[in-house]
Design a protein around this ligand. Structure first.
Ligand code: DX5
Ligand code: ZN
Length: 220
């Protein structure tokens, strides 16, 4: 599968989100980081904002919910128009029930793992999700550096997905740039979130194209 590049609007100008979504029209999805100041020590945006963004975005929304109690709150993000909804494994009480509910509502379902959360407990449940998000930084903030120690987990997830024959994407998020994307792709990731690398670039479409090219060159 061709690599997907999902810029994170966490690094966009929150007073100019429409303009900054237009700036990533050549990307695959816009990654929207929802933080509740409980699951992570930061607060961003919630449902009413995402609902408006879904209406005006040139690309579909990839919602990353860094929130407590996703069992209760995540389905509303699917109803609000997110094409993909990813909840954290550490916060979900009934991840299979939640993933099924998200799919029933027409969204792709993703499960996210903090750097220290093992992927193994989820490998028997691959049929229930469309994506595994391997966090490559501790969630909460943009601009952190890539944790190299997450690469073996990406490799193990890739082996399991390939062995299952299922179409489950592997997303990486945190510290992805021209310096790190090749290693993540080589390990088996095929969806790449990049916040500061894309929005910090002089030429945003050029940066998206450069990241895509590097990822595709190292894809499995
Ligand atoms: C961090 C967020 C990321 C963040 C990535 O908790 O989930 O999506 O925006 O930012 P960079 O690419 O700057 O590490
Ligand atoms: Zn994210």
């Amino acid at each position: 599968m061709a690599a997907l590049i999902n810029p994170s609007i966490l690094s966009a100008d929150f007073a100019n989100l429409e303009r900054d979504l237009q700036a990533i029209a050549t990307a695959d999805f816009a990654h929207v980081d929802v933080m509740d100041n409980h699951f992570v020590p930061n607060l961003t945006l919630g449902l009413p904002v995402l609902e408006r963004l879904a209406k005006i975005s040139p690309v579909p929304l990839d919602a990353h919910l860094m929130i407590e109690d996703p069992d209760r709150w995540a389905p509303a993000y699917a109803e609000a128009g997110a094409a993909s909804v990813t909840f954290h494994a550490e916060a979900a009480r009934a991840p299979v029930r939640l993933a099924r509910e998200l799919r029933r509502l027409g969204a792709r379902a993703g499960v996210a793992l903090r750097p220290a959360t093992p992927v193994e407990p989820f490998l028997d449940l691959l049929a229930e999700v469309d994506m595994i998000l391997v966090m490559t930084v501790e969630p909460g903030f943009g601009g952190q550096s890539f944790i190299e120690g997450t690469l073996p987990k990406i490799r193990r997830a890739r082996q399991a997905v390939n062995g299952s024959g299922l179409d489950v994407r592997i997303q990486v998020d945190g510290g992805i740039s021209r310096e790190t994307i090749e290693r993540a792709a080589e390990a088996g990731a095929n969806v790449f979130v990049a916040g500061s690398a894309v929005y910090g670039a002089e030429n945003i479409p050029g940066e998206i194209a450069a990241l895509r090219e590097l990822a595709d060159a190292h894809a499995h």
